[in-house]
Design a protein around this ligand. Structure first.
Ligand code: GLU
Length: 612
């Protein structure tokens, strides 16, 4: 998808316009067919790691991939044969020689690196298949995965290159001589020339570069083409050897892995962010596209993309910290429970983690986690806003949890479920520290706070929970006379529910309200039409469905019994009918309800303040 209006599209268009008039450089002619390219043709394309494509100029103009094929076929070789086998055939040293030099490493006989012709030819010889046709199909299949579409070759460029590529022939025969090729050189060369003649456009190349930026997963098709470890290897040789004899200056000026080709294309990869492709045939002295280099320099500078721009941020890994005294659970609790928890809530700290977890950011938040835990507190580590954890972060988190769990604090990891990027962390924690009684994994933070509060309350006087609370001890009936309480109990119906029973359904008419006499219930709403999200719970002595007393509208949430529950149920109409014989009942209940609701509002305000 291309955005019609965007600052990035506008930027690319003006960059394109500003470079169009630069007509320095010469179109390559050593492959005669390449000399036919239109020197004015010029396209720029950026593809992001989530598949957004921005374009300017001739982005649909076809050209041959040439040396820009080299990183991808190197990726293929690593993927298919593994690093060890590939390293026997080709090294990773920059040469300082031209791309078509006929030199091999004196000691190992290997070509220096896979970005020069000798190295690339050695790599192409590793394409698998019984016959030449099969090897060709295999190669095209792989390039197609990177581009996200089936690709063809430009037959006339292929024939032209085949007819004139004697220097490459010399290189191939020399490698046959030193044992670096173990196939018929003519066969390998034919495939190599075809590889260089693959016909692409700027958009294809940007998507291919973005696939490397996205750790090997094509951002348009979602298909994984190359493992992250091999992407790293490919990007490394692109960084050191990708721009012919300009690699050092390029690293200095642009500072991102890149590869150019003699047809006038340049691709650049900004890991984790985007792929850039530029096409403009006139080349400079070392064989790089003049406008291509200029465009990449500008984009890198203007968008601060140089890898050493120091963008990696470890400082904001802790989004915020609060205690259960600042932000209690959403559970509706009676007054005495809240008083109790206000004193003890400071014993629980919540740390919200955000962004990417790698060595630097993990080290920072784990240092703070250790500090709090050593004070003997319970710590909830909330990963709701964490983006991903690499293997180093996973290892450090597991090790810290293991060490801390042998002390006297409890660590609770929350919000790890259902997130693909954090699946590795979740499984590692389950496997390595899941059996420790002091480390827990709980689905959501509110539930974890509630469990902590329950433990605090249980420490105080558990017997209080085990009985059916009489009406006289219920906040919402505070201030009623003995007689009125008597009358009220006459109209109360007592209901029992099993754990999991639905007591109220969203959308039902609200004509009655409830008070929990024993047990607790959860309140949940439907989000996105199907998912349910638990938004709070109601414990012993607290009312639910009480809005029936105020507006008599529809129920706004489901209420489900958490455990076996006993509730009192009151019909609002019945209470109204009692107004003549007992005029104080309804006003007293409503007065208490207003107090309870304003109290909840105050708590919500405190919470908003604490979370700011
Ligand atoms: N097919 C070209 C050759 O082998 C590729 C050169 C390049 O793009 O650097 O000479």
């Amino acid at each position: 998808m291309t955005l019609a209006v965007s600052p990035i599209s506008d930027y690319l268009k003006s960059l394109h316009a500003s470079l169009q008039s630069n007509d320095d450089g010469e179109v390559a002619t050593y492959i005669p067919e390449l000399g036919l390219a239109d020197p004015g043709s010029f396209g720029i394309c950026i593809a992001t790691v989530d598949g957004q494509v921005y374009t300017a100029g001739d982005v649909d103009r076809r050209f041959t991939i040439q040396s820009m094929s080299k990183p991808f076929i190197y990726g293929y070789a690593l993927h298919t044969h593994g690093m060890e086998t590939v390293l026997k055939r080709v090294g990773v040293e920059p040469t300082g020689e031209s791309f078509n030099s006929i030199v091999l490493d004196q000691v190992s006989n290997r070509p220096y690196n896979p970005m020069v012709n000798a190295g690339a030819i050695a790599v192409t010889s590793l394409v698998e298949g019984e016959t030449a046709d099969r090897r060709y199909d295999e190669m095209m299949r792989y390039f197609g995965l990177f581009a996200g579409r089936d690709l063809d070759i430009d037959e006339s460029v292929f024939r032209s290159e085949h007819a004139t590529g004697h220097r490459n022939r010399a290189i191939a025969y020399m490698m046959l001589n030193t044992g670096m090729l173990d196939r018929d050189p003519e066969d390998v060369l034919e495939l190599y020339f075809k590889q260089c003649s693959i016909s692409v456009d700027c958009r294809d190349m940007a998507v291919m570069a973005a696939t490397l930026a996205a750790q090997g997963t094509n951002p348009v098709t979602g298909e994984t083409v190359l493992e992250p470890d091999h992407v790293r290897d490919v990007l490394t040789v692109m960084s050191t050897c990708g721009m012919y004899d300009y690699a050092g200056q390029w690293a200095f000026d642009v500072g991102v892995p890149a590869k150019s080709g003699v047809s006038g294309g340049v691709i650049a990869v900004i890991p984790g962010q985007l792929g850039i492709a530029v096409y403009s045939p006139p080349l400079d002295r070392v064989g790089n596209s003049v406008r291509g280099v200029e465009a990449c320099k500008k984009i890198s500078h203007d968008f601060s993309l140089h890898v050493f721009d120091g963008r990696t941020d470890v400082h904001s890994v802790i989004r915020r910290e609060y205690t259960a005294a600042d932000v209690p659970s959403k559970r509706v609790r009676s007054m005495w429970e809240r008083d109790m928890l206000a004193d003890h809530g400071k014993r629980l700290s919540v740390m919200e983690i955000q962004g990417a977890l790698f060595f630097g950011s993990a080290e920072k938040f784990l240092r703070r986690l250790t500090e709090i835990a050593r004070e003997g507190r319970t710590v909830i580590v909330d990963f709701k806003r964490a983006a991903y954890a690499d293997r180093t972060a996973i290892e450090l988190i597991c090790q810290t949890a293991l060490v801390l769990s042998s002390g006297d604090c409890t660590i609770v990891f929350t919000e790890l479920s259902g997130k693909e990027e954090l699946q590795g962390l979740k499984s590692a924690l389950e496997e390595r520290v899941g059996s420790s009684p002091r480390v827990r994994l709980v689905s959501d933070t509110d539930l974890a706070i509630e469990l902590f509060e329950d433990e605090i309350l249980a420490e105080t006087d558990f017997s209080l929970y085990d009985r059916i609370l009489p009406l006289a001890e219920i906040d919402i009936f505070d201030g009623l006379s003995k007689d009125d309480l008597q009358r009220l109990s006459g109209v109360a119906t007592t209901f029992q529910y099993a754990a999991g029973d639905k007591i109220i359904s969203e959308g039902d008419d609200a004509r009655v309200f409830f008070v929990v006499a024993r047990g607790s219930v959860s309140v949940s709403v439907t989000v996105d039409g199907s998912r349910t999200r638990r938004i709070g719970s109601v414990g012993q002595g607290a009312p639910f469905g009480e809005m029936a007393l105020l507006d008599g509208g529809k129920r706004s949430a489901d209420v489900i019994a958490d455990v076996p529950v006993i509730c009192y149920l009151f019909s609002v109409e019945r209470l109204r009918e009692m107004s003549d014989e007992a005029p104080a009942i309804l006003p007293t209940i409503l007065g208490n309800l207003v107090r309870i609701l304003s109290d909840r509002l105050r708590l919500a305000n405190d919470e908003i303040r604490a979370l700011q």
